[in-house]
Design a protein around this ligand. Structure first.
Ligand SMILES: *C/C=C(C)/C=C/C=C(C)/C=C/C1=C(C)CCCC1(C)C
Length: 239
């Protein structure tokens, strides 16, 4: 803890937006986790697991942010490895949220596995493009994007959408908002990726417009905490 605070102070220069967003991100994810975990006992039994998963998503992110902030302060480079480990744990858990709210309408684990596999393909391809073969970032980003659009397809037009249509009004509403998070909120990430990997690519005009990690950090705050709040408001709704 002491080294956390000391390196936080060291990284305090007012123009270190990356360090600042890692720091604020750590706190926001911790606060959100406390909120979701403490809410578990205030909601009906059928929503407890969903809220637990919301808390796990922000808690896993909080721990990774703690390390990413430190890595940034010490090494001064993008903590790509921690970033992708975090996403590989939390994005499948976001898929679990879709499955859990649609379970009452008959969601099968087959749908869950499709979402999870697509998200793993999306993230592994992104990691390869960022960390292994940056010269081919455009190609790996495209693979990743195809998996992303498959997820969008499943939840907005495919199997998951059909189940949502059979669900209660409050589940339908929650599903609709979660879909918008995936369609709009998750689209922040490919933008960050293009800004961070632009060197020598067709999209090099985007390179360095903003720091990639600032974009990823904003995306994570919106998506992880936002997702959890949608689940929370579903869990406390009356129908
Ligand atoms: C909590 C973390 C979340 C919701 C992370 C989501 C990440 C993505 C949707 C990443 C998508 C990417 C593409 C669609 C193409 C370029 C590579 C990625 C991995 C940044």
């Amino acid at each position: 803890m002491t080294s956390f605070i000391l390196s936080a102070i060291k990284a305090m220069p007012t123009d270190d937006y990356v360090g600042f967003t890692f720091f604020v991100g750590t706190m926001a994810m911790m606060a959100a986790s406390a909120f979701f975990f403490l809410s578990i006992n205030m909601v009906e039994g059928k929503w407890k697991t969903s809220l637990l998963v919301s808390g796990l998503i922000t808690f896993i992110a909080a721990v990774h942010y703690y390390y990413m902030r430190d890595y940034w302060a010490e090494v001064g480079e993008s903590p790509t490895f921690f970033r992708y480990v975090d996403w590989t744990l939390t994005v499948p858990l976001m898929c679990v949220e879709f499955y859990l709210i649609l379970k009452a309408a008959g969601a099968k684990t087959g749908l869950l596995w499709k979402l999870i596999w697509a998200s793993v393909v999306m993230l592994v391809a992104g990691y390869i493009g960022e960390a292994v073969y940056p010269a081919q970032a455009a190609m790996w980003g495209l693979f990743s994007g195809i998996a992303y659009f498959y997820i969008v397809y499943l939840i907005m037009f495919g199997e998951a959408k059909a189940l949502a249509d059979k669900s209660s009004a409050s589940v339908q509403r929650a599903h609709g908002i979660l879909c918008k998070f995936v369609l709009i909120g998750w689209a922040i990430y490919p933008l960050g990726y293009m800004i961070g990997t632009g060197e020598g690519q067709w999209y090099s005009f985007l390179q360095g417009a903003v720091d990639m990690d600032v974009i990823y950090n904003i995306g994570d705050a919106i998506n992880k905490i936002g997702f959890g709040l949608v689940i929370y408001s579903l869990a406390v709704s009356k129908d």
